[in-house]
Design a protein around this ligand. Structure first.
Ligand SMILES: NC(=O)c1ccc[n+]([C@@H]2O[C@H](COP(=O)([O-])OP(=O)(O)OC[C@H]3O[C@@H](n4cnc5c(N)ncnc54)[C@H](O)[C@@H]3O)[C@@H](O)[C@H]2O)c1
Ligand SMILES: [Zn+2]
Ligand SMILES: [Zn+2]
Length: 387
């Protein structure tokens, strides 16, 4: 079959690879009908996530039709499903608490993960060997693990594009907003107006925020943020901290969401320092958004971090976070937990997730699509691909 294969930094290719096979009795094989590229894939593309290996198949936002099932799968051939990017066993201590992205059992590389984190976390599709080395779904077919627990069957009449983002970015934006513990009258500031930031804006309103402020430096992304009801700040043209203070009557936003993660841009001294350390592999991450959020947030506010971080970060003003009494919430999304609720929001017409799609391409165009999305060329916000 054809699949998008990681060959190294800034080198992905569409290769012929072996078809996936049922390995465990709870597996299913999916024929992919639609798949997407995520901002998280860009961290792999940029070579800043360790334990990728040449030959790994990328992709963790995918959906399709079931073509083969193991004997303990509860899916049937012909079922149309979306598959959460994080893999959960459904039975462990964490899965029972709906904390699916820290499942104890789904990471076949648990020993490596445990060595670094102290405890193993869930396997993820197409996201390095630290997270299990699962092949991803930017491909014609994919093996779905624990297929009796994870996939969501799609009600008849809904299109792929309406439901595809339930695999990741809609629940991710939603959990980021939920983690803010939004109270009536609250202002939420969101760094990053990429797909995750866009869904965080809409989710913050669904959860009752009064005001959302979106921060980025890409005009068409800020336009899309305004279409979602946010006020916007371009960090190239204004002093973000000063503006946020003024826009919130001198108090600061009640909560702040980092929808940027480990590859934040910027030109201030702190950011130049981060670029240098990351290039020399002395640091995994460029954390200048985290620094800004600590300074910007209202006292006793919440910092919510859906943006991915990979390792040690320094020059974080932790004493200020402590002094202001801030709460931190973060992590990979517990996608499965949010599916019934978010599917209903789509069915009820509260949100149409297709708003974020700017590029519809064929899987064979993936190398070019990664380049376009990485450099945000051609007003690219979200790419979906069909095999
Ligand atoms: N926690 C999870 O489960 C989860 C799931 C999906 C994505 N993510 C992560 O969320 C982040 C965003 O994903 P995306 O798909 O929206 O990616 P994206 O690359 O399309 O968007 C990131 C945006 O951040 C902006 N940005 C860069 N530096 C900034 C700064 N200093 N201030 C404000 N904005 C800045 C960029 O211009 C860009 O628009 C990534 O780190 C991704 O890995 C996490
Ligand atoms: Zn993702
Ligand atoms: Zn589990």
């Amino acid at each position: 079959m054809k699949a998008v294969v990681w060959h190294g930094k800034h080198d992905v290719r569409v290769d012929e690879v072996p078809d996936p096979k049922i390995v465990n009795s709870r597996d299913a094989i999916l024929k992919i009908t639609t798949t997407a590229i995520c901002g998280s894939d860009l961290h792999l593309y940029d070579g800043v996530i360790m334990t990728m290996e040449r030959g790994d198949v990328l992709g963790h936002e995918f959906m399709g039709e079931v073509v083969e099932v193991g004997k303990d799968s509860n899916l049937q051939k012909g079922d149309r499903v979306i598959v959460p990017f994080n893999i959960a066993c459904g039975n462990c201590h964490y899965c029972k608490k709906q904390l699916f992205s820290v499942c104890d059992n789904s990471n076949p590389n648990a020993v490596l993960n445990e060595k670094i984190y102290g405890y193993p976390t869930a396997g993820l599709y197409g996201f390095s060997h630290l997270y299990g080395g699962y092949n991803g779904g930017q491909a014609e077919y994919v093996r779905v693990a624990y297929s009796d627990v994870n996939p969501l069957k799609i009600p008849e009449g809904m299109t792929d594009e309406q439901v595809l983002f339930l695999t990741d970015i809609f629940p991710t934006g939603f959990m980021a907003a939920e983690n803010c513990n939004i109270q009536p009258g609250d202002t939420v500031a969101i760094w990053g107006a990429g797909p995750v930031g866009q869904f965080a804006i809409r989710s913050a309103y669904l959860l009752g925020a009064k005001d959302v402020i979106s921060i980025d430096n890409i005009p068409d992304r800020l336009d899309m943020a305004r279409e979602g009801g946010a006020r916007t700040l371009n960090f190239d043209t204004v002093n973000v901290l000063q503006e946020l203070k003024e826009m919130t009557g001198g108090r600061g936003p009640d909560s702040c969401i980092d929808a940027v993660g480990m590859e934040a841009h910027g030109t201030d001294l702190g950011n130049v320092y981060d670029y240098t350390k990351q290039a020399l592999r002395m640091s995994a991450d460029r954390p200048n958004v985290l620094r800004q959020m600590i300074l910007a947030c209202a006292k006793a506010g919440t910092l919510s971090v859906p943006g991915v971080y990979a390792g040690m970060i320094d020059k974080i003003p932790f004493g200020i976070a402590f002094g202001k009494g801030l709460t931190w919430k973060m992590g990979q999304t517990h996608v499965q937990k949010y599916l019934p609720r978010l599917l209903k929001h789509i069915q009820d017409g509260d949100i149409d997730p297709t708003f974020v799609i700017t590029h519809r391409l064929s899987l064979k165009d993936a190398p070019q699509a990664y380049e376009t999305f990485k450099h945000k060329r051609d007003n690219c916000i979200k790419v979906v691909m069909t095999p």
